[in-house]
Design a protein around this ligand. Structure first.
Ligand SMILES: O=c1ccn([C@@H]2O[C@H](COP(=O)(O)OP(=O)(O)O[C@H]3O[C@H](CO)[C@@H](O)[C@H](O)[C@H]3O)[C@@H](O)[C@H]2O)c(=O)[nH]1
Ligand SMILES: [Mn+2]
Length: 728
């Protein structure tokens, strides 16, 4: 029997983990027993507060239970590329890479071309590689930058090949390596760096001018597609083949063939809904289907550059495995980020998600498709149902030869596939392609593929396959998470509701994994209860937890201590510092009280037909000063946002309650009161500690990123009033 192309291993230390999980469960059970047996009598002061806190605890317990789904049975995969090469090197399938960009200001063209160049330089036969950029911004600057990149690629690809340059994004590569690292080839290194910087300068210069010069426009007929009337929301479809891999004259400076490289801006009209990224991907699916028709598709965001030259081959080790390969519809890679700070200020590394949750989902037969860094079978995206007879041989559809169809004719033909009206009365966005109508189009699409009987796999190779850009301000980060939470909730409430639609089609663990994400929106309410009510009760001298001397104090202390100890140990195990963990806890709190809350409210409004769907693109650039603060680990507020008002109000409230409570105890309550309220004091003090940056940003900072005065005043006012509202 032939050796497998990949292997799967179970996670280590499972016995310890189960011990932890069982003792936590025991602690939770005891808490629930306490809650069930100690309900204050009707009419007692603070009865409703007590009940609300109990309900929140019940919810947290439920949340804990459903996270078991992503921790139950983690599996870790390893691939064997040497075996792949030995058996399949001459039968490798065509691979089409889709890069999406939507806005030339939020996503500057220099970022987009770095991503494009990085994948053009993959270690893969160039005649089998095609790269498509979808430009939802319909921007002449993005087009110009890509045109420049297509020329630069002729030197960049051979350079990467020769020096095994990684990451293959030139900007990153030159920022991370130095000429001396390429000792004997200093001159080539410096020459290439200069070539790149000159190109970058030309692009930036045109952007600064706000127009493309006539001289440049004369270089390519495609510039005539843009007129003074063209806007990102209103223009015809544009398809331009910048490098035609079929053309024998398309060669790099070493005389090797080049990958195909295509610019696509689908048609946009004001009276047509464009379905955001999902619409862009579907247009690319059709256009690429005519140009290269690669049976494997990689989708990436415009800021996710290739950090390693190997992921295509890694993914193929799964797809082409003789025994199991035919079961897999897509292979999701871990997403890493280049611009994280030392202590991961906004908790954007998602380390535990990568190292634990996704392997956990893999153990349930289906890591999610998360939009970027994922290889798909084209036929699965196109709606194919799983069967045992899935093509194991990767026959490529015969591509038309260059002399058979001119580039111009091909462009014209495919342009008609990217029009607004093309999808009318078709199954696109429904049974075919990426699904429409959900803010996490990726998750819902992946799930529906799994419901058609396919499996997915997760890979997290030693050398990160992709490096992206994480948000660099608090509001960007919270808005991004809001979109995700909203999307997951929408998904849960849609006809694809995982436990209903997925029943009998997918594993229970996977369905629960989706419920876990779908429940983020709801978890805002119990979290708000927990951070507000016990603190207010301190001021009123009302106890909502058992007192220190009671037996029932023990399970609370145990659960608090043990869960924090575990989560600290876990993040430490995966290389995080104490501050990372601390920042992670803060972000978890902030996401719950703002992103999740707003997601819940918005979803409700949408269900009622009051709000419309939107997609707030995360900016990939920031002001210099903002970036400096980010790098120094200072949280960026700086604007008025209802989210900041919520955060600041909660923080002020906790501060006032802590002070008010302490005064009460000192003034007369004495030790008895302290004993009664100890857990509340502990909770409140912990919240004050975690909110220190908010007090700092409200009262002590005077940079642009501080909390604005009106937000502070408003939240102080609300918090003061809240301290005095009667508690029932
Ligand atoms: O109308 C649109 C809006 C967005 N995009 C692109 O979609 C990608 C993701 O947008 P971004 O603002 O960076 O969102 P993120 O939250 O960082 O993206 C994550 O979450 C999205 C779903 O919410 C997924 O689509 C992404 O793949 C996933 O990386 C970017 O390349 C955009 O250019 C479009 O092509 N058209
Ligand atoms: Mn992004």
């Amino acid at each position: 029997m032939e050796e497998r192309l990949f292997e799967m291993k179970k996670g280590r230390g499972r016995v310890w983990w189960w011990l932890y999980a069982c003792s936590m469960q025991l602690g939770l059970l005891l808490i629930w027993v306490y809650r069930a047996s100690h309900v204050p009598e009707a009419g007692a002061r603070g009865r409703w507060a007590w009940i609300a806190v109990s309900a929140a605890e019940l919810w947290f317990g439920f949340e804990w239970l459903i996270t078991l789904s992503v921790r139950w049975n983690p599996v870790y995969r390893r691939t064997f590329q040497d075996r792949l090469s030995a058996r399949f090197e001459d039968k490798l399938p065509g691979v089409d890479v889709f890069i999406c960009t939507a806005d030339p200001t939020l996503e500057p063209p220099t970022i987009v071309i770095n991503t494009a160049l990085s994948v053009l330089a993959y270690d893969y036969p160039p005649e089998k590689l095609s790269v498509y950029v979808s430009d939802d911004g319909g921007s002449i600057f993005t087009f110009y930058a890509l045109l420049e990149a297509s020329r630069f690629a002729k030197s960049w690809i051979p350079f990467c090949r020769k020096f095994n340059a990684q990451p293959m994004s030139p900007a990153l590569f030159f920022s991370k390596s130095s000429a001396t690292a390429h000792n004997s080839n200093v001159s080539e290194w410096t020459a290439m760096k200069k070539l790149y910087e000159d190109m970058e300068r030309r692009i930036d210069a045109e952007m600064k001018r706000g127009d493309i010069s006539n001289e440049i426009k004369a270089q390519h007929e495609a510039f005539s597609e843009w007129s003074s009337k063209t806007t990102s929301k209103d223009h015809q479809a544009i398809v331009k083949i910048l490098i035609d891999g079929r053309d024998e004259n398309a060669q790099d400076t070493d005389g090797f063939a080049m990958p195909t490289f295509v610019y696509v801006a689908r048609e946009k009209r004001l009276n047509y809904h464009h379905n955001f990224k999902a619409g862009a991907l579907n247009a690319l699916l059709r256009v690429s289907g005519e140009i290269s028709h690669g049976p494997i598709i990689l989708t990436i965001d415009c800021d996710m550059c290739a950090n390693s030259s190997q992921p295509i081959r890694d993914a193929l080790c799964l797809f082409m495995d003789e025994e199991r390969g035919h079961e897999y519809a897509f292979v999701q890679f871990a997403q890493y980020f280049v611009n994280l700070t030392e202590n991961d200020l906004y908790a954007s590394s998602f380390k535990i998600v990568h190292e634990v949750y996704f392997p956990g989902l893999d153990g349930q037969g289906g890591p999610f498709y998360t939009g970027s860094c994922c290889f798909h079978r084209r036929e699965c995206l196109n709606g194919r149902i799983y069967s045992h007879e899935t093509n194991k041989i990767w026959q490529e559809r015969q591509r038309p030869k260059i002399h058979e169809e001119s580039v111009g004719a091909l462009e014209e033909r495919t342009r008609s596939l990217a029009t607004c009206s093309y999808e009318e009365n078709t199954q696109w966005g429904n049974e075919m392609g990426v699904k429409y109508g959900c803010a996490v189009e990726d998750i819902i699409t992946g799930f529906s593929i799994q419901c058609r009987g396919w499996k997915s796999a997760y890979l997290n190779p030693k050398r990160a396959a992709f490096l992206g850009l994480a948000p660099t301000t608090l509001s960007q980060s919270l808005v991004q998470i809001q979109r995700w939470a909203e999307g997951h909730l929408q998904f849960l409430l849609s006809k694809y509701c995982p436990p209903l639609y997925g029943f009998g089609r997918t594993k229970l663990g996977l369905q629960i994994g989706h419920i876990f994400c779908g429940s983020w929106g709801f978890s805002s309410i119990p979290t708000l209860i927990y951070v507000v009510i016990p603190s207010i009760c301190i001021v009123h001298g009302i106890s909502v937890f058992p007192s220190v001397s009671s037996f029932w104090f023990a399970p609370f202390a145990f659960v608090i201590a043990f869960s924090n100890a575990f989560s600290f140990w876990e993040s430490h195990f995966y290389g995080a510092t104490f501050k990372c963990w601390w920042n992670g806890n803060r972000m978890d709190l902030y996401r719950r009280t703002t992103s999740y809350l707003f997601a819940l409210v918005n979803t409700t409004l949408k269900l009622l037909g009051i709000a419309d769907s939107s997609f707030v693109v995360t900016p990939k650039v920031a002001h210099e000063e903002t970036l400096k603060r980010y790098e120094r680990g200072i949280i960026e507020f700086g604007s008025t946002s209802p989210m900041f008002t919520v955060l600041s109000t909660v923080a002020m409230l906790n501060l006032f309650c802590l002070i008010g409570g302490a005064v009460n105890v000192l003034a007369g309550g004495g030790m008895g009161a302290l004993e009664q309220l100890s857990l509340q004091f502990f909770l409140c003090a912990a919240l004050v500690l975690i909110n220190l940056p908010i007090y700092h940003a409200s009262f002590f900072r005077n940079d642009e990123g501080r909390i604005l005065m009106n937000t502070t005043l408003l939240s102080v006012a609300i918090a003061t009033v809240a301290c005095f509202v009667p508690v029932f």
